[in-house]
Design a protein around this ligand. Structure first.
Ligand SMILES: [Zn+2]
Length: 260
């Protein structure tokens, strides 16, 4: 796991698996963690890493969306509450135990041992679009769906950071999961564009913090890819720097999720 401070109040940790990001932020005496790293040792190391950065104890876990790899924060902070948008709360309610089952399948496949089962308390529903207070500050919450049916992007105004969930990734092409939608994804890119223009750093769900200029370049590439996917299906060209075997597999999945 690598950890980078992008602001005095915001630390971004990148997991050794899938480069899943988690962002710790603080305001006064309050600290939140957005999303989570994947591996047990990384989750175990988070509290002392943040203590070294003089962060107060994390009391709130915010999740950008309900995919299991972003929901593991309780392994690091077992007493913290979980906050998410209504769309994510609905999804978690509609599929009880789904995140735990998928986590168990992942752990079985990769021989990963956890200290116990994942506990997911009933999340606190946050207004999206809307605001969420932390210390004396406020976070902006914006709708970000299309990768999945649910999702929110979190703008941290005083730190000039946008944590956007599984969009604008330098390592992953746009991924339409089973509940995803290309048109909703494109609408989210339109919504994210002016937000990216307001910040210095963007933290995508996978791949680590990037500067806003790079995020805007990725946004244009992703928009072009999805537009081509809708028009040409399988023949749509992948973004130049994201053409590995793994990305072609995601592309093949995407092809099945747009109208033929
Ligand atoms: Zn993800």
């Amino acid at each position: 796991m690598r950890a980078v401070g992008v602001h005095a109040d915001a630390v971004v940790a990148v997991s050794g698996f899938w480069q899943t990001t988690s962002t710790a932020l603080r305001a006064g005496e309050e600290a939140f963690l957005i999303d989570s790293p994947v591996l047990p040792a990384e989750l175990e190391a988070l509290p002392s890493l943040l203590a070294q950065a003089a962060f107060p104890q994390v009391q709130g876990l915010l999740v950008t969306h309900g995919d299991w790899d972003h929901l593991l924060g309780r392994y690091a902070f077992p007493d913290a509450s979980i906050g998410c948008g209504e769309s994510t709360a609905q999804r978690l309610r509609a599929e009880p135990g789904a995140a735990q089952r998928e986590l168990r399948a992942f752990d079985d496949e990769h021989y990963v041992e956890r200290p116990g089962p994942l506990s997911l308390p009933t999340p606190q529903m946050l207004p999206v679009p809307g605001h969420c207070g932390i210390g004396e500050q406020e976070l902006e919450l914006h709708t970000a769906d299309g990768h999945t049916v649910d999702g929110m992007a979190i703008l941290i105004p005083w730190a000039s950071v946008l944590v956007c969930g599984d969009y604008l990734s330098p390592v992953e092409i746009p991924w339409l999961s089973e509940s995803g939608s290309a048109s909703a994804y494109l609408a989210t890119l339109d919504r994210l564009e002016p937000l990216v223009e307001r910040v210095e750093h963007v933290v995508p769900g996978h791949g680590g913090a990037i500067d806003a200029e790079r995020a805007l370049a990725l946004l244009r590439e992703d928009r072009a890819y999805l537009t081509a996917l809708l028009e040409q299906g399988e023949a749509a060209p992948l973004p130049l720097a994201r053409r590995t075997g793994a990305q072609r597999k995601i592309h093949a999945e995407n092809v099945t999720r747009v109208p033929a």
